[in-house]
Design a protein around this ligand. Structure first.
Ligand SMILES: Cc1ncc(COP(=O)(O)O)c(C=O)c1O
Length: 398
């Protein structure tokens, strides 16, 4: 029998990071030691008080399906958090709790995208945005967030891009950004929001890294700019990055009633609801901080300072100082241009892994050829050892 795979499935490209991570796994399986800067998750454990609540939920037999949108106790806590930390008034009924921010994003995109709609994605971008948009037969449109503008898009640039499109529908903004660590200021957000309002573009604001900010920077949610902007924005957030809860799978979307209602309806037919135990744990995570987030944030800041300075000390390499998240993205184009061994960032990453046992993510994964991404969600000891190998590897190329 011949099986015909759907055009959607065929359209989803294999992750450009796959070749590098497959090679890393192969080498590890042979017992070789690899220093990896690939992690997209905190290297800390979930704080004890959150784990305790999950254990209690199991003992209390809180182990059944919940409402699709999430338990009301959790949606109330999220609503309080949005008011207190982001200055956003949001009714708990306008919140969807999903298995990860990725699932929230998926259900929101499914709600708003029609075939051939265009969704603007500032580039460099998080890998899943483009694939999710394509899953719904919409088109991702990359808008360069240039290094000369600190990896941020400008409002005029956005306006021009929208004018050139056929069916512009939405903008996915991610601040703090993965992979660059760029953070938009209030003024920049105001200007972008103004363009979106004027041109009737829905804003999807992915704020998953909001708690990981450095140099005393403050997180501004674009939705908080005005009532009109809030009514035009879907905020995406979750507990994965701030509370070291990536494996628990809980994210949320908050936005206009009509959109959230539809997204909840869709979720009721896809994933049903978030694991009941995780929902109870998230209530505690979001309402009883106990200093664990700040402890992690401080450690990330220390590592960032060390890593970015050491990278900038390497001849012919420059690295933008990230203001948030836990990634640094140095420009390695000099080494590609001046080496006979490698022709692009993917080949460079493979070369470093094979010959120097250090794993970085090629920029191609994020639409940023000429760069590699370091995650500093790894110990200081690993950072020091890995940097030494990275430097030796680069030196051997030229
Ligand atoms: C920018 C961005 N948004 C969303 C997510 C997904 O987070 P979650 O674990 O909640 O699905 C990630 C995870 O890497 C991310 O980097």
């Amino acid at each position: 029998m011949r099986i015909n795979i759907s055009h959607r499935a065929k359209a989803i490209k294999p992750s450009p990071t796959l070749a590098v991570s497959a090679l890393a796994n192969e080498m590890k399986a042979k017992g070789e030691e690899i220093i990896s800067f690939g992690a997209g998750e905190p290297d800390f454990n979930t704080p004890e008080h959150i784990k305790e609540e999950a254990k209690k939920a199991i003992d209390d037999n809180f182990t059944h399906y919940t409402k699709s949108a999430g338990i009301i106790e959790l949606r109330k806590v999220i609503s309080q958090k949005l008011l207190k930390e982001n200055g956003l008034k949001c009714n708990p009924n306008d919140i969807l709790v999903s298995p990860g921010a990725k699932a929230s994003l998926m259900h929101v995109l499914m709600t708003i995208c029609d075939p051939r709609d265009e969704v603007i994605i500032p580039s460099p971008y998080w890998v899943s945005y483009t694939s999710l948009v394509e899953l719904y037969d919409a088109f991702p449109v990359m808008l360069p967030a240039k290094s000369s503008n600190n990896f941020k898009i400008r409002a005029e640039q956005l306006s021009e891009a929208i004018n050139s499109l056929n069916n512009p529908k939405a903008l996915i903004l991610n601040s703090p950004n993965n992979p660059t660590g760029a953070v938009y200021s209030k003024k920049e957000l105001e200007e972008i929001a103004e363009v979106c309002l004027e041109k009737n573009i829905i804003i999807i604001s992915d704020e998953i890294y909001e708690r990981l900010l450095y140099d005393n920077k403050e997180h501004i949610s674009i939705a908080s700019i005005s009532k009109e902007v809030r009514e035009n924005t879907i905020l995406i957030n979750g507990v994965s990055k701030a509370y070291a809860m990536t494996g628990w799978r809980l994210g949320y979307a908050a936005g206009p009633s009509d959109i959230i209602k539809c997204a909840v309806r869709i979720q009721s037919h896809t994933t049903s609801c978030v694991n009941s135990i995780t929902q109870k744990a998230a209530v505690v995570a979001l309402s009883q901080d106990e200093g664990s987030v700040e402890k992690m944030r401080k450690e990330f800041e220390k590592r960032r300072n060390y890593l970015v300075k050491a990278l900038n000390d390497i001849n012919n390499l420059s690295c933008f100082m990230p203001s948030g998240a836990f990634y640094a993205m140095p420009d390695i184009s000099y080494f590609i241009q001046n080496s006979d061994e490698v022709n692009n960032s993917e080949e460079l990453a493979k070369y470093l892994l094979k010959n120097y046992h250090v794993a970085v993510v090629p920029g191609t994964a994020f639409g940023a050829e000429g760069f590699v991404r370091f995650s500093y969600a790894t110990s200081m000891d690993n950072i020091k050892k890995g940097l030494k190998l990275f430097k030796e590897g680069l030196r051997s190329l030229t």
